[in-house]
Design a protein around this ligand. Sequence first.
Ligand SMILES: NC(=O)c1ccc[n+]([C@@H]2O[C@H](COP(=O)([O-])OP(=O)(O)OC[C@H]3O[C@@H](n4cnc5c(N)ncnc54)[C@H](O)[C@@H]3O)[C@@H](O)[C@H]2O)c1
Ligand SMILES: O=C(O)C(=O)C[C@@H](O)[C@H](O)[C@H](O)COP(=O)(O)O
Ligand SMILES: [Zn+2]
Length: 362
Amino acid sequence: MTDAPTRIQVAGSAGTAPYEVLVGQQLLGELPALVGPAKRVAVLHPEALAATGEALREDLAAQGYEAIAIQVPNAEEAKTAEVAAYCWKALGQSNFTRTDVIVGVGGGATTDLAGFVAATWLRGVRWIAVPTTVLGMVDAAVGGKTGINTAEGKNLVGSFHPPAGVLCDLAALESLPVHDYVSGLAEIIKAGFIADPAILDLIEADPEAARTPQGPHTAELIERAIRVKAEVVSGDLKEAGRREILNYGHTLAHAIEKNERYEWRHGAAVAVGMVFAAELGRIAGRLDDATADRHRMVLQAVGLPVTYRGDQWPKLLDTMKVDKKTRGDRLRFIVLDGLAKPAVMEAPDPAMLLAAHAEIAA
Ligand SMILES: NC(=O)c1ccc[n+]([C@@H]2O[C@H](COP(=O)([O-])OP(=O)(O)OC[C@H]3O[C@@H](n4cnc5c(N)ncnc54)[C@H](O)[C@@H]3O)[C@@H](O)[C@H]2O)c1
Ligand SMILES: O=C(O)C(=O)C[C@@H](O)[C@H](O)[C@H](O)COP(=O)(O)O
Ligand SMILES: [Zn+2]
């Protein structure tokens, strides 16, 4: 017998339906109920999860669905217009209609792509997220931000298209390489700094344990971070305001990812980006020294990076200009006015940006 899963509600907004995020073990039995009366199901998965994708496809076929598997490249290589076009072709060739359903199984890159394909195919079909990384569970699969990258930057094309449900099967984390597991901790730590400091206390108490799925607080950390995300997106699906707090650390992070040709994991870049944002807050006199220093300590304790090459600043600054929070020529950053007090900093003085950069420059 497995315990009943935890169910976290995400409210519908802007005309979208509410849905649940389930966290537990052996959740795939929940899939048919979510798929509902569709005739066809497309299981979109990365190369690394070929066996999982095929097992899921077979399972759905055994339940009577016309099930196809669409294999896409691992990680950010999947978040391109070319791969999206490949998926559209597969859907077209299987006569995929508006009542059919896409299931995205994988990390955040895969679910971002799957959601985007679902948002654009026939102007929108239902989709279900089955995240298999820490980062996917606590952040990417929840909230309906879907998208792909372009040559100019990260996530520049996309749509708000919430899933019909999210199944976080913690058993999937057993096969995740430690580097990827730890990368996901960055978004959990982000949730700690912007909204739920108990997360930071749990990680700081035993950072080594936080690095593994066997740690005593794994489920609690994941559920706490999901609750933060669910609460925020429930009130502001389309990022008209408060949702911007989820972008803490991301302005610089996305520029680093692009600069590294997406060879850095998103979470690693977010770790550096949060230290930068904390320094910006400190330099502006908005954030106390202890909270700013706490960023470096907790991130380093779990093995995340807190510095980046110092010679890249002009390129990073240039890329930050296309960040989605930018308005005209005004760069905007999420900073902290204190622990769990996120706020927007509008058009900071370039000298302040440079000073914050000096604090993260390796
Ligand atoms: N939509 C959102 O709100 C949102 C939020 C946060 C991040 N993101 C996006 O998520 C992406 C990062 O996601 P990620 O950190 O999950 O990385 P990822 O999706 O790139 O996955 C990392 C690697 O792990 C493999 N993998 C996935 N699950 C596995 C498993 N269980 N066992 C073994 N290998 C597995 C993947 O194939 C990939 O090679 C970025 O593109 C980021 O922009 C989106
Ligand atoms: O859900 C959100 O809103 C976020 O900003 C969560 C981020 O962790 C995530 O990386 C998101 O994809 C970034 O979105 P973007 O709008 O800056 O591309
Ligand atoms: Zn992120």
